[in-house]
Design a protein around this ligand. Structure first.
Ligand code: AMP
Ligand code: MG
Length: 317
């Protein structure tokens, strides 16, 4: 049994904790704090709620190639790849639609990002809402991004995963640690008892209980669920099906196990939108594992998922 050190903070609209097992106590604390700082850094680049973020600044410059930071380029490139792989179910350009559905307030300040309505804005607003990921042009060689039409980019489905990966990379020489960013988890090595880490999956219909427990090491486990967030207008879902512009309706929870949190985070969102049948096919095709709980409370999982499950899926419905 080894000693563990844990530090928790509020960031990116959720509670993030880093737990480190063993090692020198002073060094452990310093390393944990350093890892946590990645969340604020990623938020400063990727937030759609902070007008000064690099993402919002990019959205102001429509129709011209804009040189962006390596971090923003990487996350946008990955988001576009997932959009393509998911047949557009995952779409990082739905920010305006999301704001219109009531997800429009900064988690810390409570300030609304909803623009003042002016009649002359209506056609622009319509275009912004209908943009779609195909209206993004990324130039790898010059590290530029061009928005060919007005749009509000939204990296809410993938940025937290990226922050988890950056924090994990920072802790690479520590070996035994766990990062939990409210539904996005990365675990490395062993827990304080020398066993693989235990990661619970919340029961989407009774969120104070678990519907399964996984045993994992050196993997990310990310879950997307309808229950995770509520808009300022009380709309219950924050996950949008781009095909309808409304709430995604075939799944109530999607969990993905993958080597990195950015992949698990993005795929969990994509699979949630796609639902059990298409979602499962996407995971199998990309060699990721996952569990999808459908609206009717039945569940499906990839062929490789069983090896991670310690306590089987129960209690749903
Ligand atoms: P997650 O909790 O990782 O599933 O991410 C949820 C967030 O993803 C939402 O709050 C939105 O910011 C964003 N989002 C909603 N619908 C989609 C979609 N179809 N594709 C990509 N991102 C989305
Ligand atoms: Mg996600």
């Amino acid at each position: 049994m080894s000693e563990a050190y844990e530090c928790t903070t509020s960031t990116m609209g959720t509670v993030v904790s880093v737990r480190v097992v063993g090692g020198d106590p002073l060094r452990r604390e310093e390393r944990t704090q350093r890892a946590l700082r990645w969340f604020a850094r990623v938020e400063a680049v990727c937030s759609r709620f902070e007008p000064d973020s690099e993402l919002c600044q990019l959205c102001e410059r429509v129709g011209q190639p804009v040189k962006v930071s390596a971090l923003l380029f990487e996350v946008l490139k990955f988001a576009v790849a997932v959009a393509e792989a998911s047949g557009g179910a995952f779409d990082p350009t739905l920010g305006a639609l999301s704001a219109a559905r009531g997800f429009d307030r900064h988690w810390r300040t409570g300030v609304s990002i909803r623009p003042q309505r002016r009649p002359s804005d209506s056609s622009r607003r319509r275009r912004v809402r209908q943009a779609g990921w195909r209206a993004l042009t990324l130039d790898e060689e010059h590290q530029t991004v061009m928005l060919r039409t007005p749009m509000q980019l939204d990296l809410g489905a993938v940025a937290k995963g990226m922050a988890v990966d950056l924090a994990a990379r920072d802790l690479a020489d520590v070996r035994d640690f766990a990062i939990d960013a409210g539904g996005d988890v990365y675990v490395s090595g062993s827990n304080h008892t020398g066993q693989p880490w235990s990661v619970g999956i919340r029961n989407p219909q009774a969120t104070h209980t678990l519907c399964a427990t996984l045993r994992v090491r050196d993997r990310a486990v990310c879950t997307s669920g309808d229950y995770a967030r509520t808009s300022t207008d009380g709309v219950s879902t924050h996950l949008i099906d781009p095909a309808t512009g409304g709430a995604a309706t075939s799944a109530i929870s999607a969990t993905v196990v993958a080597p990195t949190a950015m992949v698990a985070d993005a795929l969990a969102t994509a699979v949630y939108i796609m639902g059990p049948v298409r979602g499962l096919a996407l995971l199998e095709h990309h060699g990721a594992d996952g569990l999808i709980i459908a609206t009717d409370s039945t569940h499906v999982m990839t062929s490789g998922m069983a090896k991670w499950i310690e306590h089987p899926v129960t209690n749903v419905a």
